[in-house]
Design a protein around this ligand. Structure first.
Ligand code: NAG
Ligand code: NAG
Ligand code: NAG
Ligand code: NAG
Ligand code: NAG
Ligand code: NAG
Ligand code: NAG
Length: 405
């Protein structure tokens, strides 16, 4: 950890350096992607009056000049479509007969269509399991011998209406394997808890990701499922839209601050384009106990993104309905290492991520770390720093005056 401190002072390319901050403020972003401090958030389960009931959750987050739509569904594998518009009046339109047909293109639209500033999607395609018995290298990829993966398209999901909570703005998709000859899921489930926010804040549970009104949090929990080996590591395969022939980029950001996620000095991000566009953000940590803490923290490893043309993945009707036929890219998240705590301790695993549009939330240094720095640098050092900042800001003001003249 100490060895990391020095390297981390170098800050990654997306660390909050002053140039980046100014860059973000000055860059000409599409209107709807500037982000808003607060939003009016509503959650609605959209019914299909004619067919059998389906889980389709629409989260609508309305700001002054923009609306974010998050559409989550367990129709096929669990998936989310996120759409940012530059209008506070944009709406989601669902054509169920088309959405449930073999050609769902156009079954999901956001109107007016020209208000859409950004859109993308994530599909959680398969639950992976590896036998890590003889693996000594904790960074091995894959982390062991793979067991046949569980396709999440073959799961049966609860009725999300019953878990819809308008106070916490959350809902949970809880699923288990339907055709389960080994009864692995007899007493267990995989759940996706989705939560939206009307303002920024931080949950009480580690990794305590900083959220804003422009983001939505997903907590994935595997509980009670019988592992196929004594040292089973679990993983999740995630697919997303490609960008032309390319895949979105994955980035790592380092910090010296681990106050909110003990012993984790890294933040991983998937970016769908040059900022501000859309992002997925997570700490590379999962927990093997409900009360997540340092003792139950497991490393979370993300593989690079690969185009999925070579092998078939479970398809999501809602993604197809909104985007039509697209190229997909996928990556694997794996949780844990053969040594240390693991799923085997309590048959419990949880991992969280944020999904959002605009610029990803950036952790400021926590008060505790600032305090430690103050003591370490001493008051003179801080004054020097403060003086430098004032000079910098004044210089900027002057240059603005000049450009007006
Ligand atoms: C969920 O429950 C609600 C009311 O409890 C019902 O109207 C709806 O049809 C059910 N949906 C599913 C997917 O079973
Ligand atoms: C919304 O748009 C109005 C008029 O175009 C503008 O004055 C205002 O600053 C915008 N508000 C936000 C939060 O972007
Ligand atoms: C829904 O889609 C079906 C089949 O594509 C089409 O016939 C129907 O007109 C659409 N309904 C609406 C309200 O657009
Ligand atoms: C692990 O190694 C032992 C001893 O070398 C061997 O008997 C066993 O089959 C190996 N297990 C796996 C899963 O490879
Ligand atoms: C599920 O739980 C019940 C009661 O706790 C237990 O009797 C049963 O053996 C469990 N089934 C499996 C497959 O673990
Ligand atoms: C798991 O551990 C038990 C007891 O330590 C052992 O008897 C069993 O063979 C192991 N199973 C596997 C699949 O390695
Ligand atoms: C994820 O892991 C599974 C099992 O090892 C493998 O078949 C699949 O190709 C991997 N996917 C990616 C995108 O690396």
């Amino acid at each position: 950890m100490c060895g990391c401190a020095l390297r981390c002072w170098g800050w990654g390319p997306w660390a909050p350096g002053p140039t980046l901050f100014l860059g973000l403020l000055l860059s000409a972003a599409p209107f709807g992607l500037h982000g808003e401090e607060t939003r009016q958030v509503s959650l609605e389960v959209i019914p299909d009056w004619e067919g059998p009931p389906q889980n389709l959750l629409h989260i609508r987050a309305v700001g002054t000049n923009s609306t974010l739509h998050y559409v989550w569904s367990s129709l096929g594998p669990p998936a989310v479509v996120l759409v940012a518009t530059n209008s506070p009046y944009s709406t989601l339109s669902v054509n169920w007969s088309r959405l449930l047909s073999p050609e769902p293109d156009g079954g999901l639209t956001v109107l007016p269509e020209d208000s859409v500033q950004f859109s993308s999607a994530l599909v959680f395609t398969r639950l992976l399991e590896f036998d890590s018995t003889n693996v000594s290298d904790p960074a091995a990829d894959p982390p062991g011998k793979p067991y046949p993966p569980y396709s999440l398209a073959d799961f049966s999901w609860n009725n999300i209406t019953n878990s819809l909570d308008p106070v916490s703005l959350s809902s949970t998709f809880q699923g288990h394997l339907v055709n389960d000859p080994t009864r692995a899921f007899a007493n267990g489930s995989l759940s996706f808890r989705v939560q939206a926010f009307s303002r920024s804040g931080r949950p009480a549970q580690p990794p305590r990701l900083l959220h804003t009104a422009d983001t939505c949090q997903l907590e994935v929990v595997l509980v009670g499922v019988l592992p196929r080996g004594n040292r089973s590591l679990f993983g999740l395969e995630v697919a997303t839209l490609g960008q032309g022939p390319d895949c979105p980029s994955m980035q790592q950001q380092h910090s010296i601050d681990d106050e909110y996620a003990p012993a984790v000095f890294q933040l991983d991000q998937l970016l769908w384009g040059s900022l501000p566009s859309g992002f997925v953000q997570w700490r590379p940590v999962a927990y093997s106990q409900k009360q997540g803490g340092r003792e139950s923290a497991l490393p979370c490893h993300a593989s690079p993104l690969h185009p999925t043309l070579e092998y078939p993945l479970p398809q999501s009707p809602i993604v197809r309905a909104f985007f039509g036929s697209q190229n997909f890219c996928a990556f694997n998240l794996t949780f844990g290492a053969s040594t240390g705590p693991g799923y085997w301790d309590q048959h419990y695993l949880s991992w969280s991520m944020l999904l959002g549009v605009g610029s990803p939330p950036v952790d400021a240094l926590s008060p505790l770390v600032l305090g430690i720095m103050a003591v370490a640098l001493g008051a003179p050092g801080l004054m020097l720093l403060g003086g430098g900042l004032v000079l910098l800001l004044r210089h900027k003001q002057y240059s603005e005056y000049q450009s007006i003249n």
